[in-house]
Design a protein around this ligand. Structure first.
Ligand code: CTP
Ligand code: CA
Length: 225
């Protein structure tokens, strides 16, 4: 990585990354979640630490080792991830939302295990807070980067999220009919910002992360200076 970060592009910069899925409790033994592996977020955390950043990785339940020189906060629900993400935002220069946050949670997490009875069971779900949008709209607003996993009209929906959530950059990911994405070691993305975009070829999440961190560092500096 020495060639990619000749002058340690993020030396001393405080960077926060969310990664992995969240779990939304139905009862004490059951939850709603998704297939996010956390690999992309963890690879980004490793690349950012290599670039000299002080990295805090806010992770949902995943099966991955913490990268070297990264401090990790484990969370479970979207609400927990929200609380950890929004805490002490004045100590955050760059925020990268890589987590696959559950959009909804059961309206009530009952305290006893639900017993089987009728032939159908209806769960009522309520919307979770939008973490990256809350960060981007906070008074201390760090440089904020989101991800968008889409199955159709990828660039259109990604640009819409960039504007709507007031992000500085969004990384769009086509997850339709493909073996890359969620649990893969490879990924193919397009980075979008106001007034530009960059399409990356398919490459390993490790390699892609170094390229993304270099791009984020460049835009962060332009915006700050
Ligand atoms: N995100 C978040 N908090 C949420 C939901 C999403 O921080 N409650 C972040 C994700 O980490 C990602 C970005 O928002 O960086 C886009 O997530 P995505 O699921 O693609 O967008 P949504 O706004 O949830 O819209 P939809 O799922 O309907 O496409
Ligand atoms: Ca979503």
């Amino acid at each position: 990585t020495a060639d990619l970060f000749p002058n340690r592009a993020l030396d001393g910069i405080k960077l926060r990354i969310t990664a992995g899925p969240t779990r939304e409790a139905i009862d004490p033994v059951r939850y709603i979640s998704n297939h996010s592996s956390g690999k992309m977020g963890f690879a980004l955390a490793a690349a950012a630490a290599d670039a000299g950043a002080q990295v805090t990785l806010i992770s949902g339940p995943v099966n991955l080792a913490t990268p070297e020189r990264v401090s990790r906060i484990d969370v479970s629900s979207a609400q927990d991830m929200y609380d950890a993400s929004l805490a002490d935002l004045q100590d955050c220069d760059i925020f990268i939302a890589c987590a696959a946050v559950a959009d909804y949670r059961p309206s009530e997490a009952v305290t006893q295990k639900i017993k089987k009875s009728a032939d159908t069971l209806t769960l009522t779900l309520v919307r979770n807070p939008d973490i990256v949008s809350s960060v981007a709209n906070s008074p201390q607003r760090p440089f904020t980067v989101g991800f968008a996993a889409e199955t159709q009209d990828v660039l259109h929906y990604a640009r819409d999220k960039l504007q709507r959530k007031k992000l500085d950059m969004i990384i769009a990911n086509d997850v339709a009919n493909t073996d890359i994405g969620f649990n893969s070691d490879d990924n193919r993305v397009v980075a979008l910002w106001n007034g530009g975009e960059h399409a990356f070829d398919t490459m390993s999440k490790a390699q892609l992360s170094r390229r993304l961190i270099a791009l984020i560092a460049e835009h962060f500096r332009t915006e700050r200076d």
